[in-house]
Design a binder for this molecule. Structure first.
Ligand SMILES: N[C@@H](CCC(=O)N[C@@H](CS)C(=O)NCC(=O)O)C(=O)O
Length: 257
């Protein structure tokens, strides 16, 4: 699955990096993998923000060889996925130790607790408590932004005042959360919390800029730095969804275009 790539860095030093070759998605015509054979598998979808959270965490912890990616074509799902793997029929799910675990936020904690690699939740009780608060808020965050889209989506290019306040509430929450601890990330150093939010922020930023011509980082310096710093982390950048795909998909789902 992994390929060693040699390349030259900016100052002429040859360095090597293991680049992962991403497997193709399985669809209704695909056979299941040999289930419960001891292999740890992350059932995923390259476009899914929930699955992306777990994918980033797996990469950051250096588990590329321990946790195999099994992408599922959600538009043409194999029947065995629901029947034999995950009755919820959603991604992500993880096959590990003869059991299947779902729900992206639970999976972030699970990977951190059960696998090696850099710990992604600090021991400091104040930071732990804040991590819980932020993780609990993730769904409210995305729902708040989605409600803003529903405000009056016909007014493309103009943000209706009602919706605008929803946008602001959601992104201001992140901006103020980023002030709490010293460092560019929510808990100071990078953690599960950053990986839980970035797939959604990445998509919202693209769509809001394209459709509403609104830069979510304007007047929010901490948010701007947070995005910049995450973009320096390979474990994240290799998981980023194609921007054109995101814009087209959101236009279709949200604007019905
Ligand atoms: N609460 C779940 C949400 C997962 C989810 O909704 N995944 C989407 C793809 S982004 C999915 O599998 N949808 C298929 C369906 O709902 O049938 C989580 O956090 O893991």
């Amino acid at each position: 699955m992994s390929e060693l790539t040699m390349y030259w860095d900016g100052i002429g030093v040859q360095i090597s990096r293991v680049e992962e070759v991403l497997p193709a998605a399985l669809d209704s015509t695909s056979q299941p993998p040999p289930l419960f054979d001891g292999t740890t598998r992350l059932y995923t979808n390259y476009q899914c923000p929930y699955a992306q959270r777990v994918w980033i965490t797996r990469n950051y912890k250096g588990l590329q060889d321990k946790i195999k990616l099994v992408p599922i074509d959600l538009a043409n799902r194999p029947a065995w996925y629901k029947e034999k793997v995950y009755p919820e029929n959603k991604v992500p799910s993880l096959e590990h130790d003869n059991k299947i675990i779902g729900e992206s936020l639970d999976l972030l904690r699970y990977l951190d607790a059960h696998f090696e690699g850099p710990p992604l939740l600090p021991n400091d009780p104040a930071k732990r408590e804040f991590a819980e608060e932020l993780l609990t808020y993730t769904d409210t965050f995305s729902k708040t932004v989605f409600s803003a889209f529903k405000g009056d989506v016909k007014l493309v290019g103009v943000i209706p005042s009602f919706s605008y306040s929803f946008f602001c509430a959601a992104f201001d929450y992140l901006e103020s959360a980023l002030h709490k601890f010293e460092g560019p990330f929510f808990l100071g150093d990078v953690s599960l919390v950053d990986f839980a939010y970035i797939p959604f922020v990445e998509r919202f930023q693209l769509f809001i800029q394209e459709v509403y011509k609104y830069d979510i980082t304007s007047g929010r310096p901490k948010l701007a730095t947070w995005i910049e710093e995450l973009n320096k982390i390979d474990a994240y950048t290799v998981t980023k969804a194609d921007s054109e795909y995101v814009i087209q998909r959101y236009k279709k789902v949200i604007l019905g275009q």
